[in-house]
Write a new protein. Structure first.
Length: 202
């Protein structure tokens, strides 16, 4: 998993509440278990017409936001079914941070497992960041995970809270398996001791 420490990038505004995981990555893209290639299906129903052509009014199709790395969006983002393909699609497109007033729990947890930083902010601060994101090519935010701070294009800042364990895992680029493997020597020592004292249980 890629480390997340500091990110400066274009923020795309998507001021829609209750965007579910089927909107993020429609069901027809769930046939693969690969984490790559799903970016093309991100928000497919919002991005494309039935003939496959792009909808020019959708934010990620606009020239200023085609390489957005941050998404500023409405409340309850990631609700619906618990598909891990949703953060995979965001990451494959290039989105490394999603800012919202609130997230669905399973989606929120899946983001951390895949190297995406989901940030919860107040309604007031979300409005300020949404205003920043609406600046087109000037919609650049800086996310500093160590300082737990978002800086806007005018120098204003918003603080955010995050669980210390999740923060450490993102800073070190460790998912739960990677974090467990850091204790590999201790686990091996424990298993050897257990085998010596309780051979019938191994």
């Amino acid at each position: 998993m890629r480390k997340f420490d500091k990110l400066t990038g274009v923020a795309a505004p998507l001021p829609m509440p209750n965007i579910d995981t089927d909107k993020i990555i429609p069901k027809q893209y769930l046939k693969t278990i690969k984490r790559t290639g799903l970016g093309k299906g991100l928000f497919a129903e919002l991005r494309y017409n039935p003939d496959g052509s792009e909808k020019p009014d959708f934010v990620l199709n606009k020239p200023a936001y085609r390489k957005a790395q941050i998404l500023v969006t409405g409340e309850n983002f990631g609700c619906g079914s618990s598909r891990e393909h949703a953060p995979w699609a965001l990451l494959d497109f290039g989105i490394r941070c999603v800012i919202s007033e609130g997230f669905a729990d399973i989606f929120y947890n899946n983001c951390f497992k895949n190297g995406i930083l989901p940030i919860k902010v107040s309604k007031k601060n979300l409005a300020l960041l949404m205003d920043d994101a609406n600046r087109g090519s000037n919609a650049t935010l800086t996310i500093d995970l160590e300082k737990q701070e978002i800086k806007g294009p005018d120098g204003g800042s918003v603080k955010f809270e995050i669980d210390p364990f999740r923060k450490e895992s993102l800073l070190k680029g460790l998912d739960e398996i990677g974090y467990t493997l850091k204790k590999e020597k201790d686990i091996a020592t424990f298993e050897q001791r257990a085998h010596a004292t309780r051979p019938w249980a191994v």
